[in-house]
Design a protein around this ligand. Structure first.
Ligand SMILES: NC(=O)c1ccc[n+]([C@@H]2O[C@H](COP(=O)([O-])OP(=O)(O)OC[C@H]3O[C@@H](n4cnc5c(N)ncnc54)[C@H](O)[C@@H]3O)[C@@H](O)[C@H]2O)c1
Length: 448
C-alpha cells in the first residue's frame, strides 16, 4: 500500500519507519523546514532508540522518503495523520495542526481510499468533523475515515508500535476494515472495533487512568513518609493482587511528557465544558503538581543553613531514552532552585546544550555525572537514566560536599547502597535515610 504519514514527530516518524518495514511504500510529510531538511539528510531531529537505524534502512531501500506537503508525494492509498495536538492555555487541546493537515488531505487532487487519524483528539472531534459532511472530491470523508489512537511510549516507541497491547479502530464504515487490516499487517494484537468517539475516549481514559495510578501512589508515599512506613513494601503487597498489578506505581516527582499532562487537562476541560466537573481527575492533576514542589521543599529543609549551595540535577528528560523535555518535572524544579538562589549544575545524556540554554537558563551543563556533582551539597535524580543507576556512587559521594544529600525523584536508587557511602538519602515514601538508626523494613530483616 502507498501510505503518506503527515507529521514526522515521535509518533509520525515511528509510524512511517515501521509501516515501511511492514512492506508499505511510505512518504513522510513534514512541514517544518528544519525538521524536513534534517530527515532528508538522514539525521533524526530527536532521539529514540533503534529509530535512526530503521529510518536509514528504509530510506536506503527506497521504501521511505520525506516531503514537505502531501501533494508533493505519490498519490497515497492511505493517509495517516500524526500531527501535534498541544495544550491551549485553557487546558483544552489545540487542534489547529489537525485541522490544517486535514484541509491539506481534503484538497488532494485524488482522494485516498482511507484517512487514519492517530493524533490524540478530544472525544467528539471526529464526530464533529464527519457530521459537517466534509467531502473529498465529492465523496464523503465519513466513507474513508478511521480514528485509531496511538499508545506508543517514547523511549520504546518501536516496540510500542510493533507489539501494542491493542489496536483500537474507530470507524463508521466497516467496509474500510480490510484496508485497516492491511495497514497494520504483521502486528499481532487484539482489536477493539468501535466508533470514532469511543476510540477517542479510550485514548484519554487510558492516559487518565495511568496518571491516576501515579498520583495515587504518590499520595500513599507521602503518607508513608509521615508515619514511617515503607512504600516499597506497600507496593510489593499491592502488586501481587492480580486485580491491581504493579505497573505505574512508582512514587516520585510525578508524571510529565507530551501526553499525560496535556491529556488529563484536556479531558477535565472537556468535562467542564459539558457542565460536569471531574473532581477525581482534577485531584490527580493537583497531586502531580504538588509532587514537584515537594522536591524543592525537601532541599530547603535539608539545606536551610546553606544558602546558595550547589545542587546537581541528574536527568532532565521526562523519562529515560528520550531527549523530550515537554512538561518534564525538571523545568519547574530547576527554575525554582535557581529562584531560591542555589547554583544548579545539570547533566542529561540526551538533552542538547542548546536546549539546556533555552529551557534551563541559569543552569550550568556538564557532560558527565562526575563533573555535574562536583562540589554539590545535594544531588537530585529526576530521570532514571541507566548511567545514574550504574554510576560509581562512592566516587560521586567523594566529589560532593556536606550534607551529601541525594533526593531520588524516581525512587530508582537503592538506599542500602548509598547510605553506607556517607550519603543522606531521601526518596518518596522511604523516609530520610542517613545510616544512623534507619529502621530496616520487615522484608529487609528477613533477608539479613
Ligand atoms: N509522543 C508520544 O509519546 C505520543 C504517544 C501517543 C500519542 N501521541 C499523540 O500523537 C500526536 C503526535 O505526537 P508527537 O509527540 O509525535 O508530536 P510532535 O509535536 O513531536 O510532532 C508533530 C509533527 O507534525 C508536524 N506537522 C504539523 N502539521 C503538519 C502538516 N500540516 N503537515 C506536515 N507536518 C505537520 C510538526 O511540524 C511536527 O514535526 C499528538 O496528538 C500526541 O498527543 C503522542
Amino acid at each position: 500500500m502507498r501510505v503518506s504519514v503527515v507529521g514526522q514527530g515521535y509518533v509520525g516518524l515511528t509510524a512511517a519507519a515501521c509501516l515501511a518495514d511492514q512492506g508499505h511504500l511510505v512518504t513522510g510529510v513534514e512541514r517544518d523546514p528544519e525538521r524536513l531538511r534534517s530527515l532528508q539528510r538522514g539525521v533524526l531531529p530527536f532521539s529514540e532508540p533503534g529509530l535512526p537505524e530503521l529510518v536509514f534502512g528504509m530510506t536506503t531501500e527506497g521504501r521511505l522518503r520525506f516531503v514537505r506537503a502531501c501533494a508533493e508525494g505519490p498519490q497515497p492509498d492511505a493517509v495517516v495523520l500524526a500531527v501535534g495536538s498541544p495544550q491551549l492555555p485553557s487546558g483544552g487541546a489545540d487542534l489547529r495542526q489537525v485541522s490544517a493537515a486535514m484541509a491539506e488531505i481534503l484538497s488532494l487532487r485524488e482522494s485516498p481510499a482511507m484517512v487514519v487519524v492517530k493524533s490524540t483528539v478530544p472525544p467528539g472531534t471526529s464526530s464533529r468533523l464527519l457530521t459537517t459532511d466534509t467531502r473529498m472530491n465529492g465523496r464523503s470523508l465519513r466513507e474513508r475515515y478511521v480514528y485509531s489512537p496511538e499508545f506508543l511510549s517514547q523511549g520504546s516507541a518501536l516496540d510500542g508500535w510493533r507489539n501494542p497491547a491493542r489496536i483500537v479502530v474507530g470507524t463508521e464504515t466497516p467496509s474500510l476494515l480490510p484496508l485497516v487490516e492491511d495497514l497494520y499487517r504483521g502486528i499481532d494484537a487484539p482489536w477493539v472495533l468501535t466508533t470514532p468517539t469511543n476510540a477517542e475516549m479510550i485514548k484519554y481514559a487510558s492516559n487518565a487512568f495511568l496518571a491516576t495510578r501515579i498520583s495515587f501512589i504518590n499520595e500513599i508515599a507521602n503518607l508513608c513518609d509521615e508515619i514511617g512506613a515503607s512504600v516499597d513494601d506497600v507496593i510489593r503487597g499491592i502488586a501481587l493482587d492480580p486485580r491491581l498489578g504493579g505497573d505505574f506505581l512508582r512514587p516520585g516527582v510525578g508524571y510529565g511528557g507530551s501526553c499525560f499532562p496535556k491529556d488529563t487537562k484536556a479531558l477535565a476541560h472537556l468535562s467542564n465544558l459539558k457542565g460536569r466537573a471531574m473532581p477525581l481527575l482534577e485531584s490527580v492533576i493537583a497531586v502531580n503538581n504538588a509532587q514537584r514542589i515537594r522536591v524543592t521543599q525537601l532541599i530547603d529543609e535539608e539545606l536551610a543553613d546553606r544558602p546558595g549551595a550547589t545542587i546537581a540535577v541528574l536527568g532532565l528528560s521526562f523519562k529515560p531514552d528520550t531527549d523530550d523535555i515537554r512538561e518534564a518535572p525538571s523545568i519547574p524544579i530547576v527554575s525554582d532552585l535557581l529562584a531560591s538562589g542555589y547554583r544548579v549544575q545539570v547533566w542529561d545524556p540526551a538533552v542538547s546544550g542548546s536546549v539546556v540554554e533555552t529551557a534551563y537558563p541559569g543552569a550550568v551543563r556538564f557532560l558527565n555525572t562526575r563533573d555535574a556533582v562536583e562540589g554539590a551539597a545535594a544531588v537530585i535524580v529526576l530521570t532514571e537514566w541507566p548511567q545514574v543507576l550504574a554510576a560509581d556512587w562512592s566516587e560521586l559521594a567523594e566529589r560532593m560536599r556536606e550534607p551529601r544529600l541525594v533526593v531520588d525523584g524516581r525512587n530508582c536508587l537503592d538506599p542500602n547502597r548509598l547510605v553506607p557511602l556517607g550519603l543522606r538519602y531521601r526518596g518518596f515514601g522511604r523516609g530520610l535515610q542517613t545510616g544512623a538508626g534507619t529502621p530496616l523494613t520487615l522484608a529487609e530483616q528477613a533477608q539479613t
